[in-house]
Design a protein around this ligand. Structure first.
Ligand SMILES: Cc1ncc(COP(=O)(O)O)c(C=O)c1O
Length: 441
């Protein structure tokens, strides 16, 4: 045993977990290095999901560990309300420099959910200071995931995440999702069919009035609801319609930023520039929690400039831990690693191998679709009669027991390995999946 298992498992109310099942059948992780986790019994688990889409440079990276250690000893905490510390400004400039267009004004939060709430609030504040305070509606998309804050679930499009928690933000509405198995199953990369789905935004403009809509938020590639790849031309069309009606376009890049699809952002890779980008996860390689929101200069200038006439705080928003020194240190070390090891380029270089490998599962038992983009893949299985999600959960558990960590969303298995993955490890993942699919009824 590397570590003793805890005695009272019920003390920890686990997030997004079937607590009763887990506590009867605990699966624990005790340590991690490179591409592997180790269990308390010393079993090696190949990380097919970069933790939770976040450990992009692989586990236990020395330079990040050292930066955190050093920072903790020098400045453990500093408020960023009316005060600052140097790393916050350095990191904002670094992150801003990696964003497309003029999205180089950066606000820090501590998670993807907080980044999303921050972005939505910035959108409302921006319109208000410009005298367009009627713009209060926020538009998301079916099957969108924007975290678990009240803002995020209002624009998110996952039923179970919403229905327990009341009506959400008034006036929020949703575009249709882009998942179209009938037309697009087994497409490699972006599907040719589906750009027209963005036109639903014109429908919402006609319904609500364009001057009531503050922002549209979408994941350029939806990860958490099962790897939904944007059809060719879809994001471009959304951009056009937003611009036409003065609506801010927010890309939620909590998963896609920092190399997941072969560039700093999906916006860069796909050539569509939004007005605001949210990010988290890969920004610190997940070693310390951090979220961030990058805004176009005009948004920052409008909010800080207009209110500055009255002198005082311009945006009544922030978190005690915004730009926490440990997170800033971890993020700077992470961005150095991405640059020094050219990990975004590495991930892009692996895409063709990755695509061919995962599509090799097309004949797998139960498989009804395979989707891929960057170093991400979704393998969709037919649901069991009357038990949607059961097959996905079983595959997830069996794979863990055979030594591979994947993510199950309903009956979709998502893969998103650290960007340091080797071709042989990709083969191992695909072989493990093929074996487990064959055994699963
Ligand atoms: C696109 C997107 N937005 C927001 C979030 C929420 O991030 P967090 O869990 O850090 O709050 C996630 C998490 O997976 C996500 O994928």
């Amino acid at each position: 045993m590397l570590q003793s298992p805890p005695n009272d498992l019920d003390a920890f109310w686990m997030p997004f977990t079937d607590n009763r099942y887990f506590k009867a059948n605990p699966r624990l992780l005790a340590s991690a290095r490179g591409m592997y986790y180790q269990t308390p019994e010393g079993r090696e688990i190949l990380d097919g999901t970069a933790g939770l889409w976040c450990v992009n440079a692989g586990h236990g990276r020395e330079s990040i560990v050292e930066a955190i250690r050093e920072q903790a000893g020098r400045l453990d905490f500093a408020p960023t309300f009316q005060l600052g510390h140097p790393l916050a400004f350095q990191l904002a400039a670094r992150v801003g420099g990696m964003m497309p267009g003029d999205l180089d004004r950066v606000f820090f939060a501590n998670s993807g959910s907080e980044a999303v709430d921050t972005a939505l609030k910035i959108a409302l504040a921006y319109h208000r200071v410009r005298g367009e305070g009627t713009r209060t509606r926020l538009i998301g998309r079916e099957r969108g995931y924007h975290g678990t804050g009240f803002g995020g679930i209002a624009v998110g499009g996952i039923g179970p995440n919403r229905r327990t928690f009341g009506p959400g933000l008034p006036g929020s509405d949703h575009l249709p999702h882009t998942h179209d198995l009938a037309r697009n199953a087994f497409t490699r990369g972006q599907a040719a069919h589906g750009a027209h789905l963005a036109d639903a935004l014109e429908g919402l403009v006609a319904l609500h009035g364009g001057d009531t809509i503050a922002a549209v938020i979408v994941e350029p590639m939806a990860g958490s609801t099962g790897v939904l790849v944007p059809p060719i031309g879809y994001l471009e069309r959304l951009r056009e319609i937003c611009t036409k009606h003065g609506i801010l376009l927010i890309f939620d890049e909590v998963i896609t930023a920092f190399g997941r699809i072969g560039a700093a952002t999906a916006a860069e890779r796909l050539g569509v520039t939004p007005d605001i980008i949210t990010m988290a996860k890969g920004i610190t390689n997940a070693a310390v929690p951090m979220g961030a929101v990058a805004c176009r200069r005009g948004i920052y200038d409008a909010v800080t400039g207009a209110m500055a006439q009255a002198a005082g705080i311009e945006l009544f928003h922030g978190y005690t831990y915004s730009a926490h020194p440990l997170a800033c240190a971890a993020a700077l070390a992470t961005l150095d690693l991405y640059r020094d090891e050219a990990l975004f380029e590495r991930s892009r270089g692996l895409e063709a191998y990755w695509e061919a490998a995962v599509h090799g599962l097309a004949e797998g038992r139960h498989v009804i679709d395979i989707r891929n983009m960057g170093l991400v893949a979704g393998i969709e299985m037919a649901p069991r009669e009357g038990a949607p999600g059961a097959r996905g959960m079983e595959v997830f558990r069996r794979l863990f027991d055979t030594g591979l960590l994947v993510r199950a969303t309903g009956d979709i298995i998502a893969l998103s390995p650290p960007l340091i993955v080797e071709e042989a490890q990709i083969d191992t993942m695909v072989a493990a999946l093929a074996g487990v699919l064959a055994e699963t009824v």
